[in-house]
Design a protein around this ligand. Structure first.
Ligand code: CA
Length: 269
C-alpha cells in the first residue's frame, strides 16, 4: 500500500472518532436506582453526567432509553461541554402502579460510549400514612412547587423547595389539597405539617385556618375545623370511618398569601 492510500484510509477513521464524541465519559449517580410503583413516592431519581476528556470544548448528545416498563422524564441530554468539567442533568424514572418487582436497565449512550444503569422496581412498602406516595390532588399548584410535595414522606421545612407544596392563587382562598383513594380507606386522624422553619415560622407563613374533609361517594363531610393556628404540626382526630378521599381546605394563612404544606398525613386511628 502506498502512502497516499494509507492517508485516505486513516483520515476518515479520525473524523469518525471526533464526530462520535469518543472523548466523552458518561456517568450516572447513583449506580443502582430503585423505583416504587406509587405516583408520588420519591424514587427513581438519577443524575446523568457527561465529562469531556478531550482537548477542545464540544457539544454532545446523550441518548437515554429503556424498555417499555420504565417511563423516562427525558430521552436526550444535550449540552455544551467545556474540557474536563462534569455536566449533569436529572432523570426521573417512574413505573405504573402494580408493576411487578424486577430489575430493568436504563441505557445511556454518547456516540460509541455506552453505560447501562440497573433499575430495581421495588414492592410497595407497608404504609401507616394512607396518603404517602399516593397521587395528590390540589386546587392549584404554584409553578415552583411539586404537586406531590405534600405526600412524599418528607416533612422537613428546611427542604421546602424540593419537598413542599403551595397553591398558585396568592391571597385567594380557599385552596384544597388531598388524595383520592383507589379503594375505600379507614381514616380517623389527619396530620398537617405546614411550613415551619427558623426563617419562615408557622406563625408567620403557615396555614392559619383550615378544615379537614373526607368524601364518601360524592359527599364531602367536614370532620375537623382549625382556626387561628400558629403551630407547624396540627393533628385532627375524629371517629374513624371508611372514606374515598381526604382533603385539607385552607381558608387563610398567617401571611394571607399562600397555603403552604410540607406534609399532609392520614391514619386509621
Ligand atoms: Ca413533603
Amino acid at each position: 500500500m502506498n502512502r497516499a492510500a494509507l492517508l485516505v484510509l486513516l483520515l476518515p477513521v479520525g473524523a469518525v472518532a471526533i464526530s462520535n464524541n469518543n472523548a466523552i465519559d458518561i456517568s450516572a449517580t447513583p449506580q443502582l436506582v430503585e423505583v416504587v410503583p406509587l405516583p408520588c413516592f420519591p424514587s427513581g431519581k438519577l443524575s446523568l453526567g457527561m465529562t469531556n476528556t478531550g482537548r477542545n470544548p464540544t457539544v454532545a448528545d446523550m441518548r437515554v432509553s429503556a424498555d417499555s416498563a420504565l417511563t423516562l422524564s427525558r430521552h436526550q441530554f444535550s449540552s455544551y461541554l467545556p474540557v474536563g468539567q462534569l455536566v449533569t442533568a436529572p432523570l426521573e424514572i417512574t413505573v405504573p402502579r402494580g408493576t411487578t418487582p424486577a430489575t430493568h436497565t436504563v441505557d445511556l449512550s454518547v456516540g460509541r460510549e455506552h453505560l447501562k444503569v440497573p433499575v430495581a422496581i421495588k414492592p410497595v412498602p407497608q404504609r401507616d400514612d394512607a396518603l404517602l406516595g399516593e397521587q395528590a390532588v390540589a386546587s392549584s399548584t404554584n409553578g415552583d412547587m411539586r404537586l406531590c410535595g405534600g405526600v412524599d414522606g418528607n416533612s422537613d421545612s428546611a427542604q421546602w423547595g424540593a419537598s413542599g407544596w403551595h397553591d398558585a392563587t396568592k391571597g385567594v382562598f380557599p385552596d384544597t389539597y388531598g388524595v383520592d383513594f383507589l379503594q375505600a380507606t379507614t381514616i380517623g386522624r389527619v396530620v398537617l405539617q405546614t411550613l415551619d422553619s427558623a426563617r419562615y415560622p408557622a406563625a408567620v407563613m403557615g396555614i392559619r385556618d383550615f378544615d379537614i374533609q373526607v368524601r364518601t361517594g360524592a359527599t364531602w363531610t367536614t370532620v375537623g375545623e382549625v382556626r387561628g393556628n400558629v403551630l407547624g404540626k396540627v393533628t385532627v382526630t375524629f371517629e374513624p370511618r371508611a372514606v374515598d378521599a381526604v382533603q385539607l381546605v385552607s381558608r387563610d394563612s398567617n401571611d394571607h398569601g399562600y397555603s403552604r404544606i410540607v406534609e399532609l398525613e392520614a391514619y386509621g386511628s
